[in-house]
Design a protein around this ligand. Sequence first.
Ligand SMILES: Cc1cc2nc3c(=O)[nH]c(=O)nc-3n(C[C@H](O)[C@H](O)[C@H](O)COP(=O)(O)OP(=O)(O)OC[C@H]3O[C@@H](n4cnc5c(N)ncnc54)[C@H](O)[C@@H]3O)c2cc1C
Length: 389
Amino acid sequence: MKYDIVVIGAGIQGAGVAQAAAAAGYSVLVVEQTAPAAGTSSKSSKLIHGGLRYLETAQLGLVRESLRERELLLRLAPELVKLRPLHIPLYENSTRSPLAIRAGLSLYSVLAGLNKDSFFTQLGRAHWPTLAGLRQENLKAVFRYYEAQTDDAALTRSVLQSAVILGADLLMPARFVGAERNGQCCKVDIETDKGHESISCRVLVNCAGPWAAEVLNRIKPALVSPSIELVQGSHLLLPPLLNQYFYLEAPQDKRAVFVLPWEGRLLVGTTERVFTGTPAQAVCSPEERDYLLATLRHYFPQLVIPGGEIETFAGLRVLPRSDKTAFARPREVMFAVDDELRPRVLSVMGGKLTTYRATAQEALLRLAPSLPTKERRADTALVSLIPVH
Ligand SMILES: Cc1cc2nc3c(=O)[nH]c(=O)nc-3n(C[C@H](O)[C@H](O)[C@H](O)COP(=O)(O)OP(=O)(O)OC[C@H]3O[C@@H](n4cnc5c(N)ncnc54)[C@H](O)[C@@H]3O)c2cc1C
C-alpha cells in the first residue's frame, strides 16, 4: 500500500485533513489540480468567525465550535488571523431590535466562554459620527463586537505547508480522474503533466469542494451521491473607501452583508444564488454587483464609488439540497462515507474555513476503522501556522 490516505483537493478542507492525518502519523498524499486554495478557499468573506447569524437558526453547536477554533487560530496564526471590531448599526426599520442584538451578542459571548475577545459594547450616540460616512438618519443603536479576519488563500497555503512539514506529500498540478475501491484499498488514478499514475491507498478523502460530486461520479463501484446543491456567493473588491468594519442588513431583502477593509481594499459581500454551471465558471453577475453596490450606497450615501470596471469574485458553497433559502440551511460540514463500518471513501463537503481543524479531526475519527494505529507526530491544536512567503 503506497499511502494510508489520499486527499483530493488542496482547499482549506484538504489541507486541514492532510495536516491532521500527517500529525496523527499516517502517510498521506494531497492531489491538487491547480494550486492551493484555487477553489472556494480563496473566495470567502475571509472571516474567522463564530457566525453570529447562525444563532437565529439555532446552530449553537456550530457557533460554539467556530468560536473555539477562532480563539485557537488567533493564538496559532497571529500573523494570519487578526481580531477586528465589527459595527452593527440598527435603524428604525431594521428587522432586528437593539434588544435582540444585545441578547444575540450576549449568547455569543457565553458560547465563546466569556473570553476577552467576545466582549461587546453598545456605542453611545456621541460615537456615531465617528463611524465615517455611515447614514445617521433614523439610526437607533450601534453595537461593536469582534471577529477575526484572515487571508483565506494564505491560511490555506500555511496549513498545507504545515502538513508537508509533518510529512505529507503533495502532487500538484495533478488531477484525480478515477478510483476503484474494494474491501481492502482504493486504487486512485491521477493525471499529471508526466502522464497517468495509479496510486493505492487505504482511504480516499474527497475534499474537492464544488467539484465533490464530479469526483464521486468517477469512483467505482458507484456510490450514492449526497443530495447537495451549489450556492454562489459574490464579493466586490473596491478601493479603500472606508477604514471601519460593518455588518449590515441589505435593504432589499434583509440579508447580512459585510463591508470589510481588507488588505488595502474594501471587501463587500455576499450574495446567494443557486448555481448550476461548472464550478470554474462561477462569476459575479451584474445583478449581484448592483445588489451589493446598492447596499453600500444605502448605508454610506456620501461615498464616491469610482466608475469603471469593479473587481469582483464569486465562490460556491456546497449546501444540502433544500427548498429553503441558502441562509436558512444548516452550515455544518457534511460527511458522506461509502461504508460506515469500513470506510474507503469519505467526502467532506461545505463547512467553514474557520472550523477546518475541527472538521479534519472529525474526518479522521470517521476513517479510523480502516486505518492502522500509528504513532502521533504532533497535535494540530499546538502547531503554529507560519505564513508562506
Ligand atoms: C461566498 C462565500 C463566503 C464564505 N465566507 C466564509 C467566511 O468568511 N468564513 C468561513 O469560515 N467560511 C466561509 N465560507 C466557507 C468556506 O470558504 C468554505 O467552506 C471552504 O473554503 C471550502 O473549502 P474546500 O476545501 O471544501 O473547497 P475548495 O476550496 O473549493 O477546494 C477544493 C479543491 O479541490 C480541487 N479539485 C477539485 N477537483 C479536483 C480533481 N479532480 N483533482 C484534483 N483536485 C481537484 C480544486 O482545484 C480546489 O482547490 C464561505 C464560502 C463562500 C462560498
